[in-house]
Write a protein that binds this ligand. Structure first.
Ligand code: HAM
Length: 421
């Protein structure tokens, strides 16, 4: 019996992979313009990192991690997200000692979560993300958001909505937490099992519950924005001021809490509005995590970042019928008639590729007509035909596939000639 791909994973085949490459290149170029440098961290980490980093009361840690013990009895986990690893690496490599602060990093790579798969939700997905560590300037929050919005806009995506909230500093969060406990305690028996335990462990998570989101107590729950202390209010106002200066529209949603525990102050999600994208409308999310580096044994370091999955981005582009400017042409397809011509063509094709042009030839011994069809399928700009008679005269027949024009070109100048076209 054939073996199938694991549930929630995808093969990205030629024809689609070009979209990935284009998006990855666009994202890299964008990061260069914003002066973010690439970082690559391992795909697995010590499980402890995510327990401490992402938070042991989150769904990710409680239900979704791919954890295993290796042959040396170490508890390891396939990374479910990138931020905890980046913060670990920042501490381990003492990046805080670099005089260039904030440390601005970006990453792209597979993440793993044991989730119920559906369109836009997979068990292996690729996140592209950025993290800026070492500055508490709200302008950095605005910069990270601007970068994210720039990526979507640069790819031509429309109806992109920025949703913003503030979770405040620890003092504000504590006041809000107490208010949430008071609010939900009288109705705790009507809430799901998860929310019952969240009331003790992490009441903010209740606001994010998928089962209880229609419970009347949700609508009247105390809003974090009413509990922000003055410092947190000023910080949030400044983020908004910078976004407004860049003319980046946003809406504030006091119920946006995010699914990871490390956040404080700014949190945001970028959503796609409108039809045709299925039920998952969140394209990306991020926020400030001023306590994480310290929790992982580093110095007190403010930080902010965001991440998106390329899978969701591609679904969004497809839903708006956006075709990316992908170059899927080849410059020349060679047709050789006869064994000697085949040898000459092999050499010409080799030289052509060495000059940087894209070339191909037939390897299936197809008839002439079928070879022209193959050239069409490959979007060849030119077809070069070498028969025995041309070989004797040391010329090759070059056909422009767009205009249909044909000409004979001397073999010894052929590659140079085509390079000039
Ligand atoms: P997150 O909201 O868990 O945040 O994930 C960020 C993005 O990853 C989501 O908005 C979505 O595009 C994508 N994503 C998450 N789960 C899946 C899935 N199962 N299938 C497909 N795509 C998915 C984080 O991971 C934070 N580390 C973001 C961050 C960076 N915060 C600060 N810095």
């Amino acid at each position: 019996m054939a073996i199938n791909i694991p549930r929630g994973t995808q093969d990205i085949l030629p024809g689609t992979v070009e979209k990935w490459q284009f998006i990855e290149k666009t994202a890299r170029d964008l990061c260069q313009r914003y002066n973010y440098k690439e970082i690559r961290t391992p795909i697995f980490e010590h499980t402890e990192l995510f327990l401490r980093g992402v938070g042991d009361t989150t769904d990710i840690v409680q239900k979704e991690m791919y954890s295993f013990t290796d042959r040396g009895d170490r508890n390891l986990t396939l990374r479910p997200e990138g931020t905890a690893s980046i913060a670990r690496s920042y501490v381990e490599n003492k990046m805080y000692g670099d005089s260039n602060q904030p440390t601005k990093l970006y990453y792209s790579g597979p993440m793993f979560r044991y989730e119920r798969p559906q369109a836009g939700r997979y068990r292996q997905f690729v996140q592209f993300g950025v993290e800026a560590l070492g500055s508490n300037d709200p302008a950095v929050d605005a910069e990270v958001i601007a970068l994210a919005m720039d990526l979507y806009k640069g790819l031509g995506l429309k109806n992109v909505k920025l949703v913003l909230n503030s979770l405040g500093d620890s003092e504000s969060r504590k006041a809000h937490r107490d208010a949430l406990v008071n609010h939900f305690t009288p109705v705790v028996d009507e809430l799901c099992g998860d929310c019952k335990s969240r009331l003790e462990s992490n009441p903010l998570r209740i606001l994010d519950c998928k089962k209880d989101h229609n419970h009347p107590a949700m609508k009247t729950a105390p809003s974090i924005l009413e509990y922000l202390n003055e410092e947190s209010q000023i910080f949030f106002a400044n983020v908004q001021k910078y976004l407004t200066a860049m003319k980046i529209p946003f809406v504030i949603d006091a119920n946006l809490v995010r699914g990871l525990d490390y956040y404080n102050h700014t949190v945001f999600e970028i959503m796609l509005e409108g039809e045709g994208f299925g039920s998952i409308t969140t394209l990306s999310g991020g926020g400030r995590y001023n306590g994480l580096v310290e929790d992982l044994g580093g110095p007190n370091t403010p930080a902010i970042g965001f991440a998106l999955s390329i899978e969701r981005l591609i679904l969004a582009l497809d839903s708006q019928n956006i075709t990316l400017p992908i170059d899927n042409e080849i410059d020349c397809f060679f047709i050789a008639l006869g064994e000697e011509a085949k040898v000459e063509v092999t050499s010409l094709l080799y030289q052509l590729r060495k000059t940087g042009l894209k070339g191909e030839k037939d390897y299936q011994d197809r008839k002439l007509k079928a070879q022209f069809k193959a050239a069409d399928r490959l979007n060849a700009r030119y077809v070069a035909v070498l028969g025995e008679e041309e070989l004797q005269r040391q010329v090759i027949n070059l056909k422009n596939q767009e205009t249909g024009e044909q000409e004979e070109v001397a073999i010894d100048i052929f590659v140079k000639y085509l390079s000039s076209k």
